[in-house]
Design a protein around this ligand. Structure first.
Ligand SMILES: *Cc1c(COP(=O)(O)O)cnc(C)c1O
Length: 362
């Protein structure tokens, strides 16, 4: 049977590995002889428990997470973490610091300000978030509760390629759009969170990687569902977890393991992004990349054409050629190609070729 798949460059939710979708289809109505879909199972059953714990141990293995950390599966997306982080850690007399590198950092800071005192530790807003701040040594106020960073800026197409040293101040990262795309030294972070729908699976599950001493420090006098310690104590089974999403996450992680792990995925992601950046760089200004070169993201490639009319034409012709999701975020316009883990090299090559021929004809 021939299978027509879109050349999917969506920013999120985004492409999933075909083999993962096919496995899910095979197991949809009868998961491993159970006579049930994973969606129909008790979240307290042995079958589900195995899926849940496999997803967790695959994350530990692939991301090389040290034993002094725990992994949680929560709901509410990365956006609820904008609230949960300050609610748990921004205590009376402390301030939260935020590194401002785009629209998602702004949203995270805005939530913190509703709950306590928060300040901007650095910002590239004046440069339209084209770059990552150059930080060798950050000076943070000693009463800083934590420093929040957005590792990859999905909308502006920039990415931190190394992380600041924060000494005793806990580093918290929103890694929604680049988790699992490259090796990261987890031990630098007190907490990492990521909505699943970019690199990890379908929307509905949020992965939180949290150091155990931070769990102990987190507030206990806040609503139960917003307490990290409760979810950690109950192995993310305090209430019904997003079970099907966690099942899909497990399958995506198995796929990642079979595809070279983080080293292998990074190598491929760099090559994929280079195809598109090269088309931009060699276009004599026909395509203009948004990000400055040293801050470029391997996941989201944001670019513009000479004017909106030409951009409209580009997007319309790309659509006819089978490309999906190349429009920029509604807040910034232009074009954006999101080349997450599951986006194939072949599709990036096809996009590069399309860009070259569009330039030639225009
Ligand atoms: C997509 C995204 C979010 C928002 O995620 P939700 O799961 O929709 O809340 C937050 N931060 C970053 C960096 C993102 O890419």
């Amino acid at each position: 049977m021939s299978l027509t798949r879109a050349k999917n460059f969506n920013a999120g939710p985004s492409a999933l590995p075909l083999s993962v979708l096919q496995k899910a289809a095979e197991e949809l109505v009868n998961y491993q002889g159970s006579g049930m879909s994973v969606m129909e199972m008790s979240h307290r059953s042995k079958e589900y428990e195995a899926i849940h714990n496999d997803a967790k141990s695959l994350l530990f293995e692939l991301l090389n997470i040290p034993t002094e950390y725990d992994v949680l599966f929560l709901q509410g997306g990365a956006s609820l973490q904008f609230t949960m982080v300050p609610m748990n850690f921004l205590k009376e007399g402390k301030k939260a610091a935020y590194l401002m590198t785009g629209a998602w950092s702004e949203k995270a800071l805005a939530e913190a300000k509703k709950l306590g005192e928060a300040y901007e530790a650095a910002s590239t807003k004046n440069e339209k978030y084209r770059s990552i701040p150059d930080i060798k040594e950050l000076t943070l106020s000693p009463d800083t509760a934590y420093l929040h960073i957005t590792s990859n800026n999905t909308i502006h197409g920039t990415q931190w390629h190394s992380f600041p040293e924060t000494g005793n101040i806990p580093l918290v990262a929103d890694m929604s759009s680049d988790i699992l795309s490259r090796p990261v030294d987890i031990s630098k972070f007190a907490l990492i969170y990521a909505g699943a729908q970019k690199n990890l699976g379908p929307s509905g599950v949020t992965v939180v990687i949290i150091r155990k001493d931070s769990i102990e420090e987190a507030r206990k006098d806040i609503p139960t569902m917003l307490r990290y310690d409760i979810h950690a104590d109950k192995n993310s089974l305090y209430n019904t977890p997003p079970a099907y999403g966690i099942y899909m996450l497990k399958n995506v992680l198995s796929w990642a393991k079979d595809n070279g792990g983080l080293e292998g995925l990074k190598e491929l992601n760099v090559k994929k992004a280079a195809l598109i950046y090269d088309a931009i760089d060699q276009s004599n200004g026909f395509y203009q990349g948004h990000a400055e070169k040293e801050s470029r993201s391997y996941m989201n490639i944001a670019f513009r054409l000479a004017n909106e009319e030409l951009e409209k034409k580009f997007l319309a012709e790309a659509k006819n050629a089978g490309f999906v999701g190349l429009n920029g975020h509604r807040s910034v316009g232009g074009c954006r190609a999101s080349a997450y883990n599951a986006v194939t090299y072949e599709n990036c090559l096809a996009l590069r070729d399309f860009m070259l021929s569009f330039q030639k004809n225009n």
